[in-house]
Design a binder for this molecule. Structure first.
Ligand SMILES: Nc1ncnc2c1ncn2[C@@H]1O[C@H](COP(=O)(O)OP(=O)(O)OP(=O)(O)O)[C@@H](O)[C@H]1O
Length: 970
């Protein structure tokens, strides 16, 4: 920089110095009365008049004293803060304008998910106000310099590299305040009137896509101090995206007042803190009581009443007593209590939400569970907007809701309009608002309608990227365009195609004829749909779903027969050895019934307990194609197991396998073209022409969830549902009994009655052995003696996961054959165990099991034509209620979706399948099914246009930002 440039620069710095730092230093001095500040002030004053070069040293010193890195840092920060209105100014005046009705009063909660619509508020978004304020401030002749405005501008709009004046003018609205470039310069501007935020933001985006702004560091928010930055970072707000995902948990609708306060209602109030007291109530007991005075309307008044001041007499004052209790000596110390008290200042205007309990004194209410948000100010409360929504944020990692609210509104300001990766045509088709409006709408809605469209758009995104990701992954795994189009077509037209029984393979038809019962209509159509898929050159990925005991196994066996009948191999993987043995034995029995026994394929069992000699033989048979069907456990996915021509993989109880396990299974089972030994043995030619193809996958689940939920959970799978039960099934009677002495006696009596009537009883326990930590839990092993002596004339068996495999098989065999009448077991029998004449199930400590789990357990009985009972024994009276839902409903769909809602759907794209954290931050699977369907269609539309998303680079980028995808899900 040459000398004159440097002096010019320093001159500008000095102007800013006068305007920013001098008042700051003065404040510092007057506030602290500190001597050193006084000295500084004197020096500063002297240096204001000094020559430019002499000032630089002091400037540097002063800026460092004020907590900046240097002059540049301070200028950037100060200007940004100015353009945000400066925190102090902004907080008071803008909050009041934004929330004109922050007045004392009582208002009901408006849930984020509420679909009600209300009239809209006048123009006046926070964003434009902030800009106007910034520009108003900036219009002081001394402050605004052409390039300082430019600097400010670029710092506000990080994506913008140069001040392109033409693009700026392009977007100016007629009649809007304008910012015009001076003639002959693309850097200098003069102000006519303030420019709206939208106009400015639009202008900085015309050149490059700004989608990546969401993934920039949180540091890109103007005016963020270092401290705020590190606080946000520490709480996980690394990027703007993460910040904007911090949605309000609800909105307080401060205008929509109700008239009565009833005991037990969840309500929202706005009021003023009267007192805050930490009280020691005993040796190790204390509590905090915050009293808030609120003015609410008299019974019979309506919300319109308060618009007219003369009607204000209809208001009455109520007192809310917010109480928090603490137990423990350390909570009774005065310093602790004082610090509690000091968190709430007398006179603060607060928004309180929670459950009210009426107190003895009239108009006094107690709230023990509450949320308290301090509002910015109550000024200007007389100006009532038509409707005002006040977003209530959850706090995070110690960051206060109001702080987050402020940072989020600053973040919204720098959002350019073109951050939306979803093409306009899709937005129009599905009536979606643009992404920036969605972020603004969810954080700063003018009315409920706006919040609702914002929410709809954000939910759409959550589902859309999930669907897009999974379908994209599937397409990537396919070779030809034809296959890819075929796959998409299949998902586009969910109406199912089926193959008539006549067109099934000969083997399938023979096996079908040998069944001891006829298939239900649902089973028959499921088989036909699956076979239609099997005949296509595209690998099937289908989920067969149905309630417990509906007969899925036989459908899967028929699918295997179809493949084997075409000269290929089938693998049937189940989660437990017990189930593998059961399926194996069941299948052998069915095959024995076949008229033409020679047609029966070779079937083997491969589990962890298979001897190594036997395993070697089986592996060899699978490799050379001698074995047509293998039933087994995880052993099937071992590296060593190779197939000659695997054409279908059945995965029973698929949710029992982790994402990676399923992926491994999938990727391992590729049809090996090198080994076409069986090609000549084909009896049908339906599959000819396919060279290398992934095997068909038929996953089975006994967790019957509604179609929409299934779509979300398994978006890349076609779905077949068995909706009926085999004929002759009698509904199971369910009883919930408290496990006290009397209760247990009743249970034993019911068991005895059942045994005397010739029934068989499962007795299920939460644990195998009694534990010292949980003495209240009854244990299977420990109870064996008690039960045996109690039911002396009957034989008891024991079955649990720690037993050796053959012992388990033997225990089940004895129970099935009737050698034992009572089987004491753990939840090991939960999946798949099929003993059709078992007629009673007793579950001890039933509250230890999930709802869906209990439904599965209950499904072990009532599988034959005998009337069955299920008794759920609850340890405590309080747990009875939760179990009652099972007493009322036997609909697996309803119970499973309830369970899903309680547990959360789990991580669908990643490895995590804990099911404890809902993966959709804002969507609710149980109510947003229609949006999910639309998202599914939109994903198909996009991929139909471009299989590899080549034509949609923004979508591809967004997909990778949201979740890195890999075929194995890791
Ligand atoms: N159409 C039918 N008519 C009569 N009985 C049938 C029919 N289909 C299946 N079954 C019998 O119903 C019982 C349950 O079938 P299966 O074990 O296949 O059920 P599932 O759907 O796999 O149940 P779970 O999810 O509990 O494992 C079996 O004993 C089976 O033989």
């Amino acid at each position: 920089m040459c000398t004159w440039q440097y002096q010019d620069w320093l001159g500008k710095v000095a102007v800013r110095f006068s305007n920013f730092f001098f008042p700051k230093i003065s404040n510092l001095y007057f506030r602290s009365k500190h001597k050193s500040s006084g000295n500084f002030l004197e020096k500063v004053d002297a240096q204001r008049k000094a020559k430019y070069p002499d000032r630089s040293k002091l400037l540097e010193k002063v800026t460092v004293l004020l907590g900046y890195d240097g002059i540049d840092d301070s200028i950037d920060n100060e200007l940004c803060e100015k353009c945000n209105g400066g925190k102090d100014d902004f907080d008071v005046s803008l909050a009041c304008k934004r929330f004109p009705s922050i007045s004392l009063g009582f208002f009901p909660p408006v849930e984020l998910y509420d679909e009600a619509t209300c009239s809209s508020m006048d123009e006046g978004l926070l964003a434009s106000q902030l800009y106007q304020q910034f520009l108003a401030n900036s219009s002081e002749p001394k402050l605004v310099e052409p390039d300082s405005l430019y600097e400010t501008w670029t710092s506000l709009c990080p994506g913008r590299e140069d001040g392109n004046s033409s693009s700026l003018t392009e977007h100016m609205h007629s009649g809007s305040p304008t910012l015009k470039p001076k003639a002959g310069s693309n850097l200098e501007f003069h102000l006519d009137e303030p420019v709206s935020a939208t106009t400015m933001l639009e202008t900085q985006n015309t050149a490059a896509p700004m989608q990546d702004i969401l993934d920039r560091s949180i540091n890109c928010i103007p005016g963020l101090t270092k401290r705020q930055y590190s606080q946000l970072e520490n709480c996980g707000f690394h990027t703007l995206r993460k910040l904007l995902y911090h949605y309000p948990r609800t909105y307080a609708n401060l205008q929509n007042a109700e008239v009565s306060i009833d005991d037990g209602q969840y309500l929202i109030f706005v009021g003023k803190i009267l007192s805050s007291r930490g009280i020691r109530a005993g040796y190790s007991f204390s509590f905090l009581e915050v009293v808030v005075a609120c003015e609410v309307m008299q019974n019979g008044s309506t919300s319109e009443c308060i618009v007219d001041e003369t009607e204000s007499r209809k208001l009455r004052t109520i007192h809310l007593h917010l109480k928090k209790f603490f137990r423990g000596t350390r909570f009774t110390y005065q310093p602790f209590l004082r610090s509690l008290e000091s968190k709430h200042k007398e006179g603060d205007v607060v928004c309180v939400s929670g459950k009210v309990r009426t107190m003895r004194t009239k108009d006094h209410y107690e709230m023990r569970e509450y949320t308290l948000d301090t509002l910015q100010d109550e000024e200007d409360s007389s100006t009532c907007g038509k409707e005002t929504l006040y977003p209530i944020y959850p706090s995070k990692g110690g960051l206060k809701p109001n702080f987050l609210k402020d940072i989020i509104s600053r973040g919204l300001l720098i959002l350019p309009p073109n951050i939306d990766p979803i093409p306009e045509v899709i937005r129009e088709d599905f009536k979606l608002i643009c992404l920036r409006d969605a972020y603004t709408g969810i954080h700063q809605p003018k009315n409920l309608a706006e919040a609702d469209s914002a929410r709809r758009r954000l939910i759409f995104d959550e589902f859309f990227y999930l669907q897009l990701g999974r379908l994209y992954q599937m397409l990537e795994g396919l070779g030809t365009k034809l296959e890819k189009d075929g796959l998409l077509d299949k998902y586009r037209k969910p109406e199912l195609n089926a193959v008539l029984v006549e067109d099934w393979s000969t083997l399938t038809k023979e096996f079908f004829k040998a069944l001891p019962y006829s298939l239900t209509p649902s089973q028959l159509s499921s088989v036909s749909q699956i076979i239609w898929d099997l005949k296509r050159p595209v690998p099937m990925n289908r989920l067969l779903q149905g309630d417990v005991g509906c007969g899925k196994t036989i459908v899967a066996f028929l699918a295997c027969m179809e493949v084997i009948g075409s000269g290929y191999q089938a693998a049937f993987m189940v989660p437990t050895e017990l189930l593998a043995v059961q399926h194996y034995e069941h299948l052998l029995k069915l095959l024995e019934n076949m008229e033409n026994r020679q047609m029966a394929p070779s079937v083997v069992l491969l589990t962890g307990s298979t001897s190594s000699r036997q395993s070697n033989i089986i592996r060899e048979g699978l490799k050379n194609g001698d074995i047509s069907l293998v039933i087994g456990t995880h052993s099937l996915i071992a590296d060593k197991v190779e197939f000659s021509s695997l054409r279908i993989a059945v995965i029973d109880e698929q949710h029992r396998f982790g994402v990676i396990q399923r992926g491994l299974f999938n990727s391992k089972l590729y049809f090996n073209p090198a080994s076409l030994k069986l090609e000549s043995a084909k009896s049908d030619d339906s599959s000819k022409g396919d060279n290398i193809m992934a095997p068909h996958v038929l996953a089975m689940s006994a967790t019957p969830i509604p179609r929409t939920l299934a779509l979300a959970l398994y978006g890349d799978m076609s779905l077949t549902q068995i909706t009926d039960l085999p004929p002759g099934r009698i509904p199971i009677e369910t009883y919930i009994i408290e496990g006290n002495e009397d209760g247990i006696e009743i249970v034993y009596k019911m068991m005895l009655d059942e045994l005397e009537a010739g029934g068989k009883v499962y007795l299920v326990y939460p644990v195998i052995e009694q534990s010292e930590q949980l003495p209240q839990l009854r244990a299977a092993s420990a109870d064996l003696k008690t039960i045996s002596s109690r039911f002396a004339g009957y034989n008891c068996g024991l079955l649990h996961g720690k037993m050796k495999s053959d012992m388990k098989g033997e225990a089940l065999r004895r129970f099935r054959s009737g050698e034992t009448n009572i089987l004491l077991s753990t939840q090991v029998i939960e999946i798949g165990v099929d003993v059709p004449d078992a007629s009673m199930m007793v579950v001890m400590n039933a509250e230890r099991f999930g709802i869906a789990q209990l439904h599965q357990l209950r499904g072990r009985v009532g599988r034959g034509d005998r009337k069955s009972k299920c008794i759920l024994v609850a340890s405590t009276p309080s747990s009875l209620n939760r179990l009652k839902v099972l007493e009322k409903s036997s609909d697996g769909f309803q119970l499973a979706s309830m369970d899903l809602v309680l547990r959360g759907p789990g991580d669908l794209l990643g490895k995590k399948q804990s099911g404890h954290l809902p993966e959709f931050p804002i969507a609710r699977l149980e109510i947003d099914g229609n949006i999910l369907q639309e998202a599914h269609l939109a994903a198909l539309k996009i991929l139909g246009e471009s299989h590899d998303l080549g034509s949609f680079p923004s979508l591809k980028a967004e997909l990778s930002m949201r979740q890195p995808l890999s075929p194995l899900g890791d």
